[in-house]
Design a protein around this ligand. Sequence first.
Ligand SMILES: [Zn+2]
Ligand SMILES: [Zn+2]
Length: 333
Amino acid sequence: MTMFRQNFLTKEWVIMAPERKARPHDFEFKEEKGEAPEYSPRCPFCPGNHSEKHEEAIFEIREGSNWVLRVVKNRYGLLSPEIKAERSKENFNLKVKGYGFAEVVIESPYHNKNFSNYTMPEVKNILIAYRERYDKLSAHCPEIDLVLIFRNHGRLAGTSLIHPHSQIIATPIVPLSLRTSLLGARTFCDEEGICPFCQLIKEEKSKKTRIAYENSSFIALCPFASKVPYEVWILPKRHSAKFEFREIELEDLADVLLKVLSSLHKIFGDFSYNYLIKSAPVEDYNVEYFHWHIDILPRLVTHAGFEMGSDIYVNPVLPEEASRKIYFNASSR
Ligand SMILES: [Zn+2]
Ligand SMILES: [Zn+2]
Protein backbone atom coordinates (compact mmCIF):
# COMPACT_ATOMS: atom_id res chain seq x y z
CA MET A 1 0.00 0.00 0.00
CA THR A 2 1.23 3.47 -0.84
CA MET A 3 1.13 6.45 1.51
CA PHE A 4 1.20 10.23 1.06
CA ARG A 5 3.61 11.88 3.48
CA GLN A 6 3.88 15.62 3.95
CA ASN A 7 7.07 17.56 4.56
CA PHE A 8 6.25 19.32 7.83
CA LEU A 9 8.12 22.50 6.89
CA THR A 10 7.42 23.07 3.19
CA LYS A 11 4.03 21.25 3.13
CA GLU A 12 5.12 19.41 -0.04
CA TRP A 13 3.71 15.91 -0.50
CA VAL A 14 5.64 12.73 -1.32
CA ILE A 15 4.14 9.35 -2.20
CA MET A 16 5.97 6.44 -0.61
CA ALA A 17 5.65 3.54 -3.07
CA PRO A 18 8.08 0.73 -2.26
CA GLU A 19 6.38 -1.76 -4.62
CA ARG A 20 7.14 0.43 -7.67
CA LYS A 21 10.43 -1.39 -8.13
CA ALA A 22 8.54 -4.26 -9.81
CA ARG A 23 7.32 -2.21 -12.81
CA PRO A 24 7.97 -3.74 -16.25
CA HIS A 25 10.43 -2.10 -18.61
CA ASP A 26 10.45 -2.83 -22.30
CA PHE A 27 13.07 -0.35 -23.41
CA GLU A 28 15.62 -1.44 -25.86
CA PHE A 29 18.11 1.07 -27.08
CA LYS A 30 17.36 0.47 -30.77
CA GLU A 31 13.65 1.09 -30.17
CA GLU A 32 14.40 4.46 -28.64
CA LYS A 33 16.17 5.44 -31.82
CA GLY A 34 12.92 5.28 -33.77
CA GLU A 35 13.21 1.69 -34.90
CA ALA A 36 10.41 0.33 -32.75
CA PRO A 37 8.31 -2.34 -34.50
CA GLU A 38 4.56 -1.95 -35.10
CA TYR A 39 3.96 -4.83 -32.68
CA SER A 40 6.14 -6.08 -29.84
CA PRO A 41 5.47 -9.52 -28.29
CA ARG A 42 6.95 -8.32 -24.97
CA CYS A 43 4.77 -5.22 -24.71
CA PRO A 44 1.80 -5.48 -22.29
CA PHE A 45 -0.23 -2.89 -24.27
CA CYS A 46 0.04 -4.33 -27.81
CA PRO A 47 -3.18 -6.05 -29.06
CA GLY A 48 -3.56 -9.64 -27.87
CA ASN A 49 -0.97 -9.21 -25.10
CA HIS A 50 -1.29 -8.92 -21.32
CA SER A 51 -3.44 -5.81 -20.97
CA GLU A 52 -6.07 -6.89 -23.51
CA LYS A 53 -6.25 -10.41 -22.04
CA HIS A 54 -6.41 -9.46 -18.37
CA GLU A 55 -7.62 -5.90 -17.98
CA GLU A 56 -11.13 -4.76 -18.61
CA ALA A 57 -11.40 -1.50 -20.51
CA ILE A 58 -12.74 1.37 -18.39
CA PHE A 59 -13.27 3.29 -21.64
CA GLU A 60 -12.72 2.17 -25.21
CA ILE A 61 -12.95 3.54 -28.74
CA ARG A 62 -13.48 0.88 -31.39
CA GLU A 63 -13.38 0.78 -35.16
CA GLY A 64 -15.21 -2.28 -36.41
CA SER A 65 -14.14 -5.26 -34.31
CA ASN A 66 -10.84 -3.72 -33.18
CA TRP A 67 -10.05 -1.22 -30.45
CA VAL A 68 -8.17 1.91 -31.45
CA LEU A 69 -7.85 3.31 -27.90
CA ARG A 70 -8.31 1.72 -24.47
CA VAL A 71 -8.26 3.11 -20.95
CA VAL A 72 -7.39 0.57 -18.26
CA LYS A 73 -6.56 0.58 -14.58
CA ASN A 74 -2.85 1.13 -14.02
CA ARG A 75 -1.66 -2.17 -12.55
CA TYR A 76 1.42 -0.43 -11.23
CA GLY A 77 -0.48 2.71 -10.26
CA LEU A 78 0.45 4.60 -7.15
CA LEU A 79 -3.04 4.88 -5.74
CA SER A 80 -6.03 2.65 -5.13
CA PRO A 81 -9.75 3.49 -4.85
CA GLU A 82 -10.29 0.50 -2.55
CA ILE A 83 -8.89 2.18 0.55
CA LYS A 84 -10.06 5.23 2.47
CA ALA A 85 -8.12 8.49 2.41
CA GLU A 86 -7.60 8.51 6.16
CA ARG A 87 -5.37 11.21 7.56
CA SER A 88 -3.22 10.53 10.58
CA LYS A 89 -0.19 11.99 12.33
CA GLU A 90 3.11 10.51 13.38
CA ASN A 91 4.36 13.10 15.86
CA PHE A 92 4.12 16.31 13.80
CA ASN A 93 4.24 14.44 10.45
CA LEU A 94 1.00 14.19 8.47
CA LYS A 95 0.24 11.10 6.38
CA VAL A 96 -2.69 9.99 4.22
CA LYS A 97 -3.33 6.46 2.95
CA GLY A 98 -2.78 6.17 -0.81
CA TYR A 99 -6.42 6.52 -1.89
CA GLY A 100 -7.10 7.59 -5.43
CA PHE A 101 -7.34 6.40 -9.03
CA ALA A 102 -4.58 5.56 -11.47
CA GLU A 103 -5.39 4.81 -15.10
CA VAL A 104 -3.49 4.35 -18.34
CA VAL A 105 -4.70 5.61 -21.71
CA ILE A 106 -3.36 3.19 -24.33
CA GLU A 107 -3.45 5.71 -27.14
CA SER A 108 -3.07 3.40 -30.11
CA PRO A 109 -2.90 -0.32 -30.95
CA TYR A 110 0.38 0.41 -32.76
CA HIS A 111 3.54 0.08 -30.68
CA ASN A 112 5.47 2.57 -32.79
CA LYS A 113 2.93 5.38 -33.10
CA ASN A 114 3.52 8.76 -31.51
CA PHE A 115 3.05 12.50 -31.84
CA SER A 116 5.66 12.43 -34.60
CA ASN A 117 3.37 10.27 -36.78
CA TYR A 118 -0.16 10.54 -35.33
CA THR A 119 -3.02 11.59 -37.59
CA MET A 120 -5.65 14.14 -36.52
CA PRO A 121 -8.34 11.45 -35.85
CA GLU A 122 -5.88 9.62 -33.57
CA VAL A 123 -5.14 12.78 -31.55
CA LYS A 124 -8.86 13.57 -31.34
CA ASN A 125 -9.52 10.11 -29.87
CA ILE A 126 -6.87 10.72 -27.20
CA LEU A 127 -8.47 14.04 -26.24
CA ILE A 128 -11.96 12.51 -26.15
CA ALA A 129 -10.64 9.82 -23.78
CA TYR A 130 -9.01 12.48 -21.56
CA ARG A 131 -12.24 14.46 -21.32
CA GLU A 132 -14.39 11.37 -20.66
CA ARG A 133 -12.15 10.10 -17.84
CA TYR A 134 -11.58 13.57 -16.44
CA ASP A 135 -15.33 14.10 -16.02
CA LYS A 136 -15.94 10.63 -14.59
CA LEU A 137 -13.11 10.87 -12.04
CA SER A 138 -14.08 14.42 -11.02
CA ALA A 139 -17.51 13.09 -10.09
CA HIS A 140 -15.83 11.38 -7.10
CA CYS A 141 -15.56 14.81 -5.43
CA PRO A 142 -15.30 15.52 -2.47
CA GLU A 143 -13.13 12.40 -1.94
CA ILE A 144 -11.16 13.31 -5.08
CA ASP A 145 -9.89 16.86 -5.34
CA LEU A 146 -7.44 16.75 -8.22
CA VAL A 147 -7.44 14.94 -11.56
CA LEU A 148 -4.11 15.09 -13.32
CA ILE A 149 -3.61 13.92 -16.89
CA PHE A 150 -0.04 13.61 -18.08
CA ARG A 151 2.15 12.00 -20.70
CA ASN A 152 5.76 10.92 -20.25
CA HIS A 153 7.64 10.29 -23.46
CA GLY A 154 11.17 8.93 -23.63
CA ARG A 155 13.48 7.49 -21.06
CA LEU A 156 14.55 10.88 -19.69
CA ALA A 157 10.90 11.71 -19.00
CA GLY A 158 10.47 8.68 -16.76
CA THR A 159 8.64 6.34 -19.15
CA SER A 160 8.95 2.66 -18.43
CA LEU A 161 7.18 1.50 -21.63
CA ILE A 162 7.57 2.58 -25.26
CA HIS A 163 4.00 1.84 -26.34
CA PRO A 164 2.24 5.24 -26.73
CA HIS A 165 0.29 5.96 -23.58
CA SER A 166 -0.76 8.70 -21.17
CA GLN A 167 -1.68 8.46 -17.53
CA ILE A 168 -4.42 9.82 -15.33
CA ILE A 169 -4.12 10.13 -11.58
CA ALA A 170 -6.89 11.34 -9.28
CA THR A 171 -5.88 12.26 -5.74
CA PRO A 172 -7.53 13.40 -2.52
CA ILE A 173 -4.90 16.13 -2.04
CA VAL A 174 -3.86 19.26 -3.95
CA PRO A 175 -0.09 19.69 -4.28
CA LEU A 176 1.64 22.77 -2.92
CA SER A 177 2.82 23.96 -6.37
CA LEU A 178 -0.79 24.14 -7.58
CA ARG A 179 -1.90 25.81 -4.34
CA THR A 180 0.85 28.42 -4.88
CA SER A 181 -0.26 29.04 -8.51
CA LEU A 182 -3.89 29.32 -7.41
CA LEU A 183 -3.01 31.83 -4.70
CA GLY A 184 -0.96 33.93 -7.16
CA ALA A 185 -3.76 33.80 -9.73
CA ARG A 186 -6.38 34.76 -7.17
CA THR A 187 -4.34 37.72 -5.91
CA PHE A 188 -3.79 38.90 -9.51
CA CYS A 189 -7.49 38.62 -10.25
CA ASP A 190 -8.43 40.53 -7.07
CA GLU A 191 -6.05 43.35 -8.01
CA GLU A 192 -6.57 43.53 -11.78
CA GLY A 193 -10.15 42.29 -12.07
CA ILE A 194 -9.31 39.75 -14.79
CA CYS A 195 -8.10 36.15 -14.95
CA PRO A 196 -4.27 36.35 -15.22
CA PHE A 197 -4.23 33.81 -18.05
CA CYS A 198 -6.83 35.72 -20.08
CA GLN A 199 -4.66 38.81 -19.58
CA LEU A 200 -1.55 36.84 -20.58
CA ILE A 201 -3.18 35.77 -23.85
CA LYS A 202 -4.12 39.39 -24.61
CA GLU A 203 -0.61 40.69 -23.93
CA GLU A 204 1.24 37.92 -25.76
CA LYS A 205 -1.04 38.38 -28.77
CA SER A 206 -0.20 42.05 -28.91
CA LYS A 207 3.57 41.47 -28.46
CA LYS A 208 3.78 38.41 -30.74
CA THR A 209 7.30 37.52 -29.55
CA ARG A 210 6.53 34.30 -27.68
CA ILE A 211 3.73 32.72 -29.73
CA ALA A 212 4.63 29.19 -30.82
CA TYR A 213 1.36 28.46 -32.65
CA GLU A 214 -2.20 29.71 -32.77
CA ASN A 215 -5.57 28.73 -34.23
CA SER A 216 -9.08 30.07 -33.65
CA SER A 217 -9.65 28.46 -30.22
CA PHE A 218 -6.15 27.86 -28.79
CA ILE A 219 -2.81 29.60 -28.44
CA ALA A 220 0.60 28.03 -27.72
CA LEU A 221 3.17 30.24 -25.93
CA CYS A 222 6.68 29.83 -24.63
CA PRO A 223 6.25 31.37 -21.17
CA PHE A 224 8.27 34.45 -20.19
CA ALA A 225 9.97 32.61 -17.31
CA SER A 226 10.20 29.17 -19.00
CA LYS A 227 11.78 26.73 -16.53
CA VAL A 228 13.25 24.53 -19.25
CA PRO A 229 14.25 25.12 -22.89
CA TYR A 230 11.27 24.94 -25.29
CA GLU A 231 8.65 24.87 -22.53
CA VAL A 232 5.25 25.48 -24.13
CA TRP A 233 1.86 26.35 -22.64
CA ILE A 234 -1.22 25.58 -24.68
CA LEU A 235 -4.14 27.73 -23.52
CA PRO A 236 -7.78 27.80 -24.62
CA LYS A 237 -8.84 31.29 -25.70
CA ARG A 238 -12.20 30.72 -24.00
CA HIS A 239 -11.92 31.06 -20.23
CA SER A 240 -12.49 27.91 -18.20
CA ALA A 241 -10.85 26.91 -14.91
CA LYS A 242 -11.72 23.27 -15.53
CA PHE A 243 -10.24 21.12 -18.31
CA GLU A 244 -12.98 21.00 -20.93
CA PHE A 245 -13.59 21.68 -24.57
CA ARG A 246 -16.67 21.84 -26.74
CA GLU A 247 -17.20 19.68 -29.80
CA ILE A 248 -16.34 22.58 -32.12
CA GLU A 249 -13.06 23.14 -30.19
CA LEU A 250 -11.90 19.51 -30.42
CA GLU A 251 -10.45 19.95 -33.92
CA ASP A 252 -8.47 23.02 -32.83
CA LEU A 253 -7.14 21.38 -29.65
CA ALA A 254 -5.97 18.33 -31.62
CA ASP A 255 -4.44 20.69 -34.20
CA VAL A 256 -2.44 22.77 -31.69
CA LEU A 257 -1.17 19.74 -29.72
CA LEU A 258 -0.17 17.85 -32.85
CA LYS A 259 1.45 20.92 -34.51
CA VAL A 260 3.50 21.88 -31.45
CA LEU A 261 4.70 18.36 -30.63
CA SER A 262 5.46 17.42 -34.23
CA SER A 263 7.32 20.71 -34.60
CA LEU A 264 9.44 19.81 -31.55
CA HIS A 265 9.99 16.34 -33.05
CA LYS A 266 11.22 18.01 -36.25
CA ILE A 267 13.65 20.17 -34.29
CA PHE A 268 14.99 17.51 -31.89
CA GLY A 269 14.16 14.12 -33.42
CA ASP A 270 12.75 11.67 -30.87
CA PHE A 271 13.22 13.74 -27.73
CA SER A 272 12.00 13.10 -24.17
CA TYR A 273 9.26 15.26 -22.74
CA ASN A 274 6.41 15.40 -20.25
CA TYR A 275 3.15 17.17 -20.76
CA LEU A 276 0.64 17.88 -18.04
CA ILE A 277 -2.91 19.14 -18.22
CA LYS A 278 -3.20 21.73 -15.48
CA SER A 279 -6.76 22.24 -14.35
CA ALA A 280 -8.24 23.80 -11.23
CA PRO A 281 -8.94 21.42 -8.34
CA VAL A 282 -12.42 19.93 -8.53
CA GLU A 283 -13.77 22.24 -5.79
CA ASP A 284 -12.57 25.31 -7.74
CA TYR A 285 -14.07 24.45 -11.13
CA ASN A 286 -15.96 27.66 -11.61
CA VAL A 287 -13.43 30.21 -10.42
CA GLU A 288 -12.70 33.32 -12.44
CA TYR A 289 -8.97 33.39 -11.65
CA PHE A 290 -7.73 30.03 -12.97
CA HIS A 291 -7.56 28.94 -16.61
CA TRP A 292 -6.72 25.36 -17.62
CA HIS A 293 -3.73 24.77 -19.86
CA ILE A 294 -1.34 22.11 -21.10
CA ASP A 295 2.27 22.51 -19.99
CA ILE A 296 4.79 20.80 -22.30
CA LEU A 297 8.18 20.30 -20.64
CA PRO A 298 10.93 18.97 -22.95
CA ARG A 299 13.71 17.10 -21.10
CA LEU A 300 16.60 18.57 -23.02
CA VAL A 301 18.79 19.53 -20.07
CA THR A 302 19.56 17.78 -16.80
CA HIS A 303 18.93 19.63 -13.59
CA ALA A 304 21.38 19.19 -10.79
CA GLY A 305 22.26 20.37 -7.31
CA PHE A 306 21.69 24.08 -7.88
CA GLU A 307 18.14 23.61 -9.16
CA MET A 308 17.33 21.06 -6.45
CA GLY A 309 18.79 23.23 -3.72
CA SER A 310 17.45 26.59 -4.80
CA ASP A 311 14.39 25.79 -6.95
CA ILE A 312 15.88 28.30 -9.39
CA TYR A 313 16.10 26.77 -12.85
CA VAL A 314 18.87 27.59 -15.29
CA ASN A 315 17.47 27.82 -18.85
CA PRO A 316 20.00 28.21 -21.67
CA VAL A 317 17.38 29.02 -24.37
CA LEU A 318 15.31 32.21 -24.39
CA PRO A 319 11.58 31.55 -24.87
CA GLU A 320 11.55 34.21 -27.63
CA GLU A 321 14.01 32.08 -29.64
CA ALA A 322 12.27 28.77 -28.83
CA SER A 323 8.85 30.08 -29.89
CA ARG A 324 10.26 31.33 -33.21
CA LYS A 325 11.66 27.88 -34.05
CA ILE A 326 8.51 26.03 -33.00
CA TYR A 327 6.36 28.48 -34.99
CA PHE A 328 8.50 28.07 -38.10
CA ASN A 329 8.45 24.25 -37.97
CA ALA A 330 4.74 24.06 -37.06
CA SER A 331 3.79 26.25 -40.00
CA SER A 332 5.89 24.28 -42.48
CA ARG A 333 4.37 20.91 -41.55
ZN1 LIG B 1 3.20 -2.20 -27.65
ZN1 LIG C 1 -8.96 33.02 -18.11
